[in-house]
Design a binder for this molecule. Structure first.
Ligand SMILES: Cc1cc2nc3c(=O)[nH]c(=O)nc-3n(C[C@H](O)[C@H](O)[C@H](O)COP(=O)(O)OP(=O)(O)OC[C@H]3O[C@@H](n4cnc5c(N)ncnc54)[C@H](O)[C@@H]3O)c2cc1C
Length: 444
């Protein structure tokens, strides 16, 4: 059954908004603009028809759509890889702009889409497709590249980074969410194999992954990481099922069961599991920021278009300040954050040693919190502007209204780190006699 209501017209984006087009933003240099322009062209030609097919499937209820979606998503990841847009970890010398800046621009463009002056239509962006790209192209490829030997790189990195096979990163468990030190997945050493026993939850790409970097507890109690070749999901004693989420509908978020799965010992990555997972944390934070900013741009574009056209009480909605002000305020915030993003990404590319800087990691964390909140708030305003239509699939599917709700927790770390960061700011032991009264007062 198709859920669309024939009386509702699709939302037409009828006016180009310069401030919402990254290509016109003076913060980008000429080379970055060239890269972005080519990427948008690729999206228009190669991805837009596929993303439209995914959107169409979202209007259907009471019909199986999962297999069709899987086919489309797998094909999209291959296309991205063939054009160098899946992972940015290899072939860095082929590009004139840095790896992390490229990763951020891809994330922004894939989430936000773009108004095309050439064809005078909006080229779709899709946050959940970008989530899949992030999971495979970055969260899988970067740790594997960091902690593998040459033979492992050939077997586990190239098929994903170059050929676009699907990768995933499996950390989260039922009891180990934000608190990943509580991981219970066992990686037991047995003769030639590591035997994996345990469950993982919320794993992006999990049920379509060809390769998974699996984090778990070794016999000595330390955390380790191993690459699982799922043999195209046929691996013995391994099961994967879909977790149905609101939003992020094409990210194939999954629950994984490893029931004594035997994995060859030579698949173990080298080093401590936590270091392997977190060595690229600053890059990940910047890419997640870029995703949220791209998504915020998309929501603002839709709010703007709808407010321009919808008429109530004999006026267009944009003639009411209560509708107009939040949109212009968020556009301002978006451009401020974009400047920080591009600046941080460029610095990380120019000075790779910043990957180990705690202050840089904290700055990227701050940007991620603000960017994901901006995405969330832009979605709230979009919902408000659309009125009742916001609650229909017809409008919510096209705009991906709920996607940004998912990333508010920013991959789990936002509020945990905000909490510890704010405590760090106030770590201060005043001389007792002088401040005693003052502290008692603010406690109340
Ligand atoms: C769409 C989607 C895709 C995902 N993809 C992956 C993936 O590919 N791989 C993977 O391993 N995981 C993935 N995750 C899991 C994600 O990383 C977890 O949801 C996250 O770690 C939070 O864990 P939790 O859901 O158990 O929340 P909880 O840990 O139960 O936390 C609940 C809330 O409390 C807050 N909180 C917790 N502790 C503190 C603290 N100390 N101070 C302040 N606030 C705190 C959290 O920020 C959160 O808002 C995905 C999740 C979603 C929704």
């Amino acid at each position: 059954m198709d859920t669309r209501i024939s009386e509702f017209n699709p939302i037409q984006i009828i006016r180009y908004v310069t401030e919402l087009d990254l290509l016109t933003n003076p913060i980008l240099n000429a080379k970055e603009k060239d890269f972005l322009a080519e990427l948008y062209e690729f999206m228009e030609k190669e991805l837009d028809p596929e993303l439209k097919k995914l959107e169409e499937l979202n209007y259907l209820v009471e019909e199986p759509t999962q297999d069709k979606k899987k086919e489309i998503v797998v094909e999209i990841m291959k296309k991205l890889a063939q054009s160098g847009y899946y992972s940015t970890i290899l072939n860095t010398e082929d590009y004139e702009i840095g790896r992390i800046t490229r990763n951020a621009l891809i994330a922004y463009a894939l989430c936000g889409g773009r108004w095309s002056e050439y064809s005078e239509k909006y080229i779709a962006g899709n946050y959940s497709i970008e989530m899949g790209r992030l999971a495979g192209g970055t969260l899988y490829c970067n740790p594997v590249n960091y902690a593998s030997d040459d033979s492992q790189k050939k077997r586990f990195l190239n098929p994903v980074a170059e050929d676009g096979q699907i990768g995933a990163s499996a950390m989260t468990e039922f009891n180990a969410g934000s608190d990943i030190f509580r991981m219970e997945m066992r990686l037991h050493d047995q003769n030639e194999n590591i035997v994996a026993k345990g469950k993982k939850l919320f794993i992006t790409n999990g049920m379509i992954a060809d390769y998974i970097v699996l984090y778990g507890r070794l016999d000595n109690g330390q955390l380790g990481a191993i690459v699982v070749d799922t043999e195209h999901q046929q691996l013995k004693n391994f099961r994967s099922t879909r977790v149905m989420t609101y939003g992020m509908t094409d990210a194939f978020v999954s629950r994984l069961i490893f029931d004594k799965v035997e994995i060859p010992k030579e698949n173990m990555l080298h080093g401590h599991g936590l270091d392997i997972a977190f060595h690229q944390l600053t890059e990940e934070r910047l890419v997640i920021s870029a995703e949220a900013l791209g998504d915020a741009m998309k929501k603002l574009l839709y709010s703007h278009a709808y407010a321009l056209q919808r008429r109530q009480f004999e006026k267009r909605l944009h003639q009411y300040q209560v509708i107009r002000f939040p949109i212009s305020q968020k556009i301002r915030e978006l451009n401020l954050m974009l400047s920080a993003l591009i600046q941080y990404a460029r610095e990380m590319d120019n000075r790779p040693e910043l990957g180990g800087s705690k202050l840089m990691a904290a700055n990227a964390m701050g940007l991620k919190i603000s960017a994901t909140e901006l995405g969330f708030e832009s979605s709230i305003h979009c919902f408000r502007t659309l009125g009742g239509r916001g609650f229909t699939r017809q409008y919510a599917n096209e705009i991906g209204l709920l996607d940004s709700y998912c990333m508010l927790h920013g991959g789990g770390s936002n509020y945990v780190l905000e909490d510890s960061e704010s405590r760090r700011f106030f770590k201060y032991k005043p001389p007792k006699s002088k401040y005693e009264d003052y502290i008692t007062k603010i406690d109340y």
